[in-house]
Design a protein around this ligand. Sequence first.
Ligand SMILES: [Zn+2]
Length: 359
Amino acid sequence: MSIKSIIKRIMRPVVRPLMVRIRNIVREELESVRKETVECKLSYAEAQLETDKILMRLAGLERRLRAHVRNEVPFDYSCDICDRRAFSLLFDRERNGEDMYNYICESCGFVFMWPRPTEKELMQLYQQSEFSLTARGSVMPDAQKYYDCERAAMVRYSDFQKHLSDACLDRPKGLALDIGTGVGSFVDVLRRNEYEAEGLEPDVTYAENSEKHYSITVHKVPLENFKPTRKYNLITAFNVLEHVLHPMRFVEDMRDLLHDAGILYLDMPGLDQMHTDIDKFFWKPHINTFTISSLRDLLQKCGFEPIYIGYSSLGFLDVMAKKDISASRTMKIGSSQALNVARAKSIIDAAYYQTGQLV
Ligand SMILES: [Zn+2]
C-alpha cells in the first residue's frame, strides 16, 4: 500500500465526522433563520439571502474538505506563472463526469490541471489530428464547421475593431499571424480586411486543408519551433492559451514575434463568466484556466500592457494588449494576486452551490 493511500485512509475518518458536524451546524443556522422569519423579524427576501450565504459557505467548506481526501497536492510542480509551490484543489471533475483535478496557485491565482501531460503527449495530441478528431469533431472540417468558424471569425473581428476604436488606436497594418489557425477562417477575414495574414497550426491535416480552402499560408509547426525572419504587427490566438503546457513561455514567444508597435489579441474560456455549468466547464484538453485578473498579471509579467480585458461577444475571456517596451520581466507578486486567489475560489464556490448538489 502506498503512503498516499495510507494518508487517505487516515484522513477519511477525520474528515467525514467534520463534514457531519458542519452540516449539523448549518441545519441549526437554517432553523434559526426560519424561526426568525416566522416571527416576522426578517422578510422572506432577507431570509433567502441569509440562507444562500450559509449554503455558499457550506459549499466552500465541503469543497475544501473533499480536496484533502481526494487527491494529493502536486509537490513536484512549480507554478508556471510565479514559480511558487503552494496549491489547493479547486475542482475535481471534468465535463464527462470523470475525475480531473484543477488546482489553484495560492500565490498568484493561476488555475491548472494536474497531472499535466508531457510535451511529447501534447505534441502527439495536436500534430496527429487526435485533438481535431475529439474536440473539433472530425479530422477534416465539414460544411457546418466552416459555417460556424466563419461566423465566429466575423464576430471576433468585429470585437477586435471595437476594442481598437475604444482605445483610439489605429489598425495595426501589415503582417499578421493567427496562432492555432484551425480551419483558417480568421486568417481569411484578416486578408479580406487588407492584412498580410498567415496562420500557424500544428495539426498538419487541418493546416493543409485551410491552405487549399482559403488559399492562405499556414506554418505547420508549434510556436516554440517557429522562427520567422520578419516581425508581426498583429498576433491573434483564439482558444489557444488554455491548451499550452507553459503559458508564460508561450506569451513571451508571441512577444518576441511581435513588432514593438504591434498588437496582441487573444481569447479563451474564462472563470469569471463560465459559459456553462461548473460540472461541464473544466475539460481535459484545457490544462490552464484564467480569470480577468490572472490573465492581466500574466501579460504584464511577460512585458505587455493590456488595452482591454473583458468578455467577448462569443462569451470568451478576451484581451487586447500592446508591448510595454519599458516593462521589467521580473514583476513581483503583488497584493492583487491574493485577490485573484480569493476571487477564483469564491466563483467556484458560488457555481458549485448553484448546481444544487448540496441541498
Ligand atoms: Zn503562481
